[in-house]
Design a protein around this ligand. Structure first.
Ligand code: PLP
Length: 471
């Protein structure tokens, strides 16, 4: 496309986006179409001849957009909401337009310099040392894999990076300890790193779904006595199911005594520190060896943007630095050669959207928006607690509300089935979209706040819709 066509088509898209956001409230959060319906709409042969952009755009809004789940919809409260925001949307467009590859300082100096800047800002927001080695990655799963790879390669005397694991009799069984509430990305990392699922020790969490330091201490001691080698502990600051927050400071003390790497999965909870009302309830994670926080879950940032930090200087590069001849430069080894801090070589310009978002809202503006979401969650909790026939099933300093309908005449089996039916009915209505978890006492509904588009009246609607479905 010549520049004038790009500009004309861009204007068409922006006009369409304006309509989309103005009408978002009236769209179903999730359309009821079946997989067969959606496939039938979209299974097409590639056109041999060029097609007009206006037609492509019209088609996209007719046949694709209605059959996405509208993650920006004010009634979206499932999983961990990750809504996008104006500056993020526009920054993604500019990043795609310029298309720099942020693998080396040499291949895009300002992309690397900006990554350094925003990594420092975000570390500050998360309460982690701003001079820690950091890297922007596509998600927390990749980040946890990267951190655990660094932990594995930092094990003294084993030289796993060079010698690998196979065919060796001198490497004890490696173990990763975490809680039974930890995210499945810990298991995936163990699969990929040759640790194996059986060596992920999922310790039973306490009554509030937190990893108990004394239980961890005993498990690490037992492993050592059995000749096993604890390689890392993964604590969670904001579990996916209930938003539970592990006592990271105390766990760091246990890990330090045992000489084991502590990685903190703060993908969900870490950036809620920006909200004054939430900060006091969150532990200090500065002592962790590594931590991941996800702007794409909390900072109104379009996917993908996850920030991994490691306070052991050079440990990420120790695991991942590998420079083929074709990528050697005069400033080879500069700390800003971000391809050396993870598996990813070609890297998109993720720093730009974070720079634009933080500048556009300011840290105070982000804190106020997150604080508003936390208040919406607190109000829902109060309503649930005060309503006969309803109960809270977990507590959290983070704005994920776990609740269920519990009529006085329902037994435990009917309770699970009843709440599953409520969820189906709520989601079929199209106004609100929720998800569930299974906790110790069974099936629970989850209402997660954090979507930048959710206003007070939208939050009120969630409670009305839930009660109507239950009735
Ligand atoms: N950790 C926690 C606590 C999560 O809730 C999630 C996803 O919801 C992840 C990790 C994985 O994040 P990502 O999708 O960025 O890989």
């Amino acid at each position: 496309w010549p520049p004038d066509l790009l500009a004309d088509n861009g204007a068409l898209l922006l006009a369409r986006l304006r309509e989309h956001f103005e009408g978002l409230h009236d769209l179903p959060v999730r359309s009821p179409s079946t997989p067969a319906d959606v496939r039938a709409l979209l299974r097409r042969e590639p056109p041999a001849e060029p097609q007009d952009f206006a037609a492509i755009l019209a088609d996209t809004f007719a046949d694709v957009v209605p059959h996405l789940v509208q993650w920006n919809h004010p009634g979206f409260h499932a999983y961990i909401p990750n809504s996008s925001s104006g500056p993020g949307i526009l920054a993604e467009t500019l990043a795609a337009a310029l298309n720099p590859n942020a693998m080396l300082w040499h291949t895009s100096p300002a992309a690397s310099a900006l990554e350094e800047t925003v990594l420092g800002w975000i570390a500050g927001l998360a309460g982690y040392p701003q001079d820690a080695d950091g890297v922007l990655l596509s998600g927390a799963s990749t980040a946890t894999f990267t951190a655990l790879a660094a932990a594995r390669d930092a094990l003294p005397g084993l030289d796993i990076r060079r010698r690998g694991l196979t065919g060796r009799t001198d490497v004890p069984t490696l173990r990763v300890h975490t809680s039974d509430q930890a995210h499945s990305s810990v298991d995936k990392a163990a699969i990929a790193l040759g640790v194996g699922l059986d060596n992920v020790v999922r310790l039973p969490a306490d009554a509030a779904y937190r990893l108990d330091p004394a239980v961890l201490d005993a498990a690490l001691r037992a492993d050592r006595e059995a000749g096993l080698l604890p390689m890392a502990v993964v604590a969670t600051l904001g579990t996916t199911a209930t938003g539970a927050v592990d006592p990271v400071g105390d766990l760091a003390g246990v890990c330090a005594r045992h000489g084991v790497w502590l990685h903190v999965d703060a993908a969900y909870g870490g950036l809620w520190r920006v909200a004054d009302a939430v900060r006091a309830a969150l532990p200090d994670a500065a002592a962790a060896d590594s931590i991941v926080v996800n702007p794409h879950k909390v900072l109104f940032t379009p996917m993908h943007a996850s920030a991994l930090y490691c306070r052991r200087p050079g440990a990420l590069a120790g695991a991942f630095r590998l420079v083929p001849e074709i990528l050697r430069t005069d400033d080879d080894g500069a700390p800003t050669d971000y391809m050396n801090r993870s598996l990813e070589l070609g890297r998109s310009f993720k720093a730009l959207k974070l720079w634009w978002i933080i500048r556009s809202f300011g840290t105070r503006g982000i804190g106020e928006r997150l604080g508003h979401q936390a208040r919406l969650a607190a109000t829902l909790r109060e309503r649930v607690a005060a309503e006969p026939g309803w109960e809270l099933t977990a507590t959290s300093p983070l704005p994920v509300v776990c609740l269920r309908h519990r009529p006085s005449d329902a037994g435990p089996h009917t309770l699970d089935a009843l709440n599953a039916r409520i969820l189906r009915r709520v989601n079929a209505g199209g106004e609100v979209f929720l998800s569930h978890a299974v906790l110790r006492d069974g099936y629970t509904l989850r209402v997660a706040f954090g979507n930048i588009h959710t206003r007070e009246q939208d939050a009120d609607r969630v409670w009305d819709v839930l009660r109507a479905a239950a009735e």
